[in-house]
Write a protein that binds this ligand. Sequence first.
Ligand SMILES: Cc1ncc(COP(=O)(O)O)c(C=O)c1O
Length: 186
Amino acid sequence: MSAFDVATVRPDFPILGRMVHGRPLTYLDNAATSQKPAVVIEALRRYYAEQNANVHRGVHLLSEEATAAYERAREVVARFLGLTSSRGCVFVRGATEGINLVAECWGRTHLRAGDEILLTQLEHHANIVPWQAVAERTGAKIVVAPITPRGDIDLVAFRGLLSARTKLVAFAHVSNALGTVNRRPR
Ligand SMILES: Cc1ncc(COP(=O)(O)O)c(C=O)c1O
């Protein structure tokens, strides 16, 4: 796989054309707020200028157009993620809301006292607090896999913590604190 070519992608993001403290802007806080490429800004402008209306809750033309655009977007995202049905693609406002949704719906239905939720020491609060809340309500226990001095998940310890009691494993792809990328060991 070829390396990510930053120079090719940067011009797509108008905000990266800004100079900050005399240098081209470098932005690393995408997990909190992602910058938007020109195509996204234009799609939002067009939506608000031409179609803005209730999705799934109106019978007039604008609402039908907004609903069709929303469902088209769901299909595109579902294809991108390799889902078999776009019904499996649920839009939420951010990571915390998405994880809370899984914790409250799936977790509250399926977790019982004595079950374990396995997290890692690399997790952001967004992937800890929802599980703490559901563990408190269901009696499930949170178990945390340690990391190595290099900042990788300690896979030997991780395997040792997996058991028949493990009902859910939740971990990020990339750690914002350490830059660790979790991928299949080579
Ligand atoms: C690394 C990381 N993960 C998760 C979150 C939570 O994201 P959201 O604000 O979408 O709930 C943040 C927010 O700052 C973050 O920086």
